[in-house]
Design a protein. Sequence first.
Length: 337
Amino acid sequence: MVKKIIRTYKDQKNYQIVPSSDVDHLPKVEGYNFENSFDLGKFLESYAHTGFQASHFAHAVHIVEEMRKEDATIFLGYTSNMVTSGIRDIITFLVKYKYVHVLVTTGGGIEEDIIKVLKPFHVGRFQVSGRSMLDMGINRAGNIFIPNDRYLYFEKFIQPFLDRIYKEQKEEGIVHSSQDITRELGKEISKEKNCEESILYWAYKNNIPVFCPTLMDGSFGDLVYFMKQRHKEFVLDMSADTKKIVDIALNSDKTGAIILGAGVAKHFILNANIFREGLDYAVYINTAQEYDGSDSGAEAEEAITWAKIQPTAAHVKVHADATLVFPLLVAGTFAKK
């Protein structure tokens, strides 16, 4: 041990520091100056030179602004928990004013949008006994509480809707895709008092397609199961969704994606853009890591190898909870006056 220490000391005596390369052209690291009156625009701009994920966020703002400037077709993908949370209202804003052009979500993203038109969800807490919540008839999604009766309202809304869809299939030979279903759901929601709170309502009103590749994975699928018990010939055509979203990608001069969360909502968008050799712009906001080889955690550089994103594309991943970051992103882009 003594000899090793001496040898290390001798090596240190001969060690020379490598001369520094010039990095003065790069931004200086500094945070927002609160000494002056607060300005939201300047505050968000300051993220660019704050470092870490703040700088990734600033890059995301820049990319979204480029999407808009270049009149790209913007695909917004979001997982169901975004609709569970208050992010639903922000997505509704984007759809209402036609700031995005294609939506892709998962089963819960459809059903919870409908349920919230009928009855609200409530903020609770994470640390609570599962057994006690079960006994009280309250479901929990993170720290958001959803009473069982919300699904009774949902069932009353959906059952006559499915009867109508089945009648159209039987009498007119119409087989609906998930995008047809979401459009028709938006039409049904238009009859409700709180319709203007709904993503699906504004998508229907503005003719913005909403794709849901996992429509059967949730309460809607449960009700379809009972429909199939009564009418075994009842079917939905999921292949029509693939054709339509690919056609949208192919017919777009430029395409961009903003993806909140990951999984199917992410991959359905990326896969459609393979047919045009990849997205021109991509912004990911999620907390998934790539080290398990999952699609959810995969970085944009991996997507480039599959031709899902173009090698020259502007892209960034913000490693963060979208409920924290996405409202700020919208404030710095679409909602900016």
